[in-house]
Design a protein around this ligand. Structure first.
Ligand code: HEC
Ligand code: HEC
Length: 221
């Protein structure tokens, strides 16, 4: 049996190692995002890579009405790059996509930039899956009070700040993300947003998700 003091040191050493690896992972992810942002995109190469993504996100990037696969068409390039970097760093729980987020598929920062540029230029989905439509007034109030400051008046997001476009997204996907963010399942969540929604119940989240899903995407405004 080890001396208790020895055990304590081993534990401390182990914790230190854990802290080091996780901060390396974060630094790596940020490096990848910034590296990709600085490159000039090759849209043809991006189109080629996208053939793999189309298996789930559909050829036009419109995802599925049931929200199993999100709309990604027309999302800001910066947001796509950050999400891809987060997914590959396992900073976002998305196991179905892990095999498609590695260097072998995406080809490093340049490959990420290419496919992100291609997706950001696809026209948005004009007819997404919607919610029950019973609490739209309530949803609108919450959106204007708590969400528009970051995601924009029409949910158009903000490319420079990495705030996602959320207008014209499937209701079921928005609701799932809101629940996952509230419940701490989405590790890359924005802390200020988390603080805002952490006391909202499912019904309130459903109201705001329903409202947001009905805001027309950019090209039909
Ligand atoms: C096997 C299915 C599958 C494939 C293939 C796939 N994805 Fe995904 N992707 C998903 C799922 C599922 C989600 C949403 C996960 C969640 O609910 O958090 C997602 C989420 C995303 C997101 C985040 C969207 C957002 O609004 O935050 C991006 C960006 C993305 N995928 C890009 C890609 C790209 C680029 C490719 C191809 C290289 C790809 N995906 C291939 C299933 C897939
Ligand atoms: C302080 C700024 C801020 C506020 C306020 C905020 N958000 Fe967010 N939100 C973010 C950021 C940043 C992300 C992306 C985090 C990341 O990098 O994954 C995000 C992500 C999301 C996502 C996931 C998008 C996707 O494509 O996966 C949804 C949905 C969302 N927010 C809805 C809302 C709603 C609804 C409200 C109001 C109740 C709200 N947000 C308030 C900053 C904010």
């Amino acid at each position: 049996m080890k001396h208790p003091q020895q055990k304590k040191y081993l534990f401390l050493l182990f914790s230190l190692l854990l802290m080091l690896t996780s901060s390396f992972a974060t630094a790596n992810k940020l490096d990848e995002t910034t590296a990709a942002m600085k490159l000039t995109p090759n849209i043809d190469a991006g189109k080629k890579t996208y053939e793999l993504c189309a298996a789930c996100h559909e050829k036009n990037g419109w995802g599925k009405e049931d929200g199993s696969f999100p709309v990604i068409a027309g999302q800001h390039r910066s947001v796509i790059i950050k999400q891809l970097a987060d997914i590959r760093a396992r900073n976002r729980e998305n196991p179905t996509m892990y095999p498609f987020a590695g260097d072998d598929v995406l080809g490093g920062p340049q490959g990420i930039e290419d496919v992100a540029e291609y997706i950001s230029q696809l026209p948005p989905n004009p007819s997404v899956g919607k919610g029950p439509g019973e609490q739209l007034e309530k949803g609108k109030k919450i959106f204007e009070k708590s969400c528009a400051a970051c995601h924009g008046k029409k949910g158009e997001g903000n490319a420079e700040a990495f705030f996602p476009r959320i207008q014209g997204q499937h209701y079921a996907y928005i609701l799932r993300q809101l629940k996952w963010i509230r419940d701490g399942r989405r590790k890359n969540a924005n802390p200020a947003m988390l603080a805002l929604i952490k006391n909202m119940d499912d019904k309130t989240l459903s109201a705001v998700a329903d409202y947001v899903s009905r805001i027309k995407p950019k090209e039909s405004q």
